[in-house]
Design a protein around this ligand. Sequence first.
Ligand SMILES: Nc1ncnc2c1ncn2[C@@H]1O[C@H](COP(=O)(O)OP(=O)(O)O)[C@@H](O)[C@H]1O
Ligand SMILES: [Mg+2]
Length: 373
Amino acid sequence: MGLQAVGSVAVHTFAAHQSIQSTQRAQSTPTAHQSMDGHHVNAMAGDRGGADPARLADYEDVPEGHFYDPDAEYEPDPEYAATLAPDAARQRRERIGPTGRPLPYFPIPGPLTDHGPAKIIAMCNQKGGVGKTTSTINLGAALAEYGRRVLLVDFDPQGALSVGLGVNPMELDLTVYNLLMERGMSADEVLLKTAVPNMDLLPSNIDLSAAEVQLVSEVARESTLQRALKPLLADYDYIVIDCQPSLGLLTVNALTAAHKVIVPLECEFFALRGVALLTETIEKVQERLNPELELDGILATMYDSRTVHSREVLARVVEAFDDHVYHTVIGRTVRFPETTVAGEPITTYASNSVGAAAYRQLAREVLARCHAE
Ligand SMILES: Nc1ncnc2c1ncn2[C@@H]1O[C@H](COP(=O)(O)OP(=O)(O)O)[C@@H](O)[C@H]1O
Ligand SMILES: [Mg+2]
């Protein structure tokens, strides 16, 4: 059997690994090993240069089942679901995910008949370059693919979220800044439809940097965004706010408006530096401004399972945050920078890629956490 178009991620992954082992023995298995030999169009294959024996060892004892392999080549989700769903019980049996914990099965969410009120998620880390914007776009797009109505809020004066969705922030007359600062401004005037069905954007540009200063003298300055978003709650299922890399007043506004926080952490040496300050800020907002706020999860990003370093950092993050760490881990792939240039989410730009699969799984995990409440 070769790599069929319809195949589960898991079976696919294990088939690939098993065939490497058999290839090493017999040099006879067709097609399936190609992905691991570097001939394949796998997003990460280019710099792999073939199978890594250390990685194979990781998989040797893992039984076939539902398993997220950041390096695997992924099939589109509906097909994935069709293959796996009948055997969910088997998949749930002790599969070990990249975080070292058994990986639960995150079901494909059913369709919704009505929408809202929205859950608001703040994507927050005062460190830059950890994957906040990338995660906002792609989690949003994946939730939208599952039929959820999604609003993305660009809350960074750099406007990277807007750029990542193909909008030129310099050309905008009205942005989230106007919504915040001008009384009587309606969100409809600022809202933009994105190319992704079910997903809208409140864009921003450099104007927003003035808000940080101007808000200081406002009454209830921390809850300005919360008030601005209120009329929109009924129209959406999820509102995701892309925060700027600071813990200033804009970020405090995002945390005050939010029900949940997602903290992306890059799997790099200094990942945990500054996280204590962030959790302290979250706790302060909880105590003083928004008792509903909770940390939904820590999202490990830019994970490279080939490096011991990445694996060690991830292990330390799990040690520190335990069940707060999402089972879903986002692998490092050049596909993400590419999507920024393309101005669209990875779920549409490279729908079958490992990155798209990862954010779809994250969406299912976030939905599962919300439903578990
Ligand atoms: N998983 C990933 N693998 C590789 N590059 C990534 C990944 N996630 C994000 N990037 C790239 O890293 C850079 C910083 O990501 P970004 O989402 O803008 O971080 P932040 O919003 O926290 O500053 C961007 O160029 C982005 O394309
Ligand atoms: Mg950003």
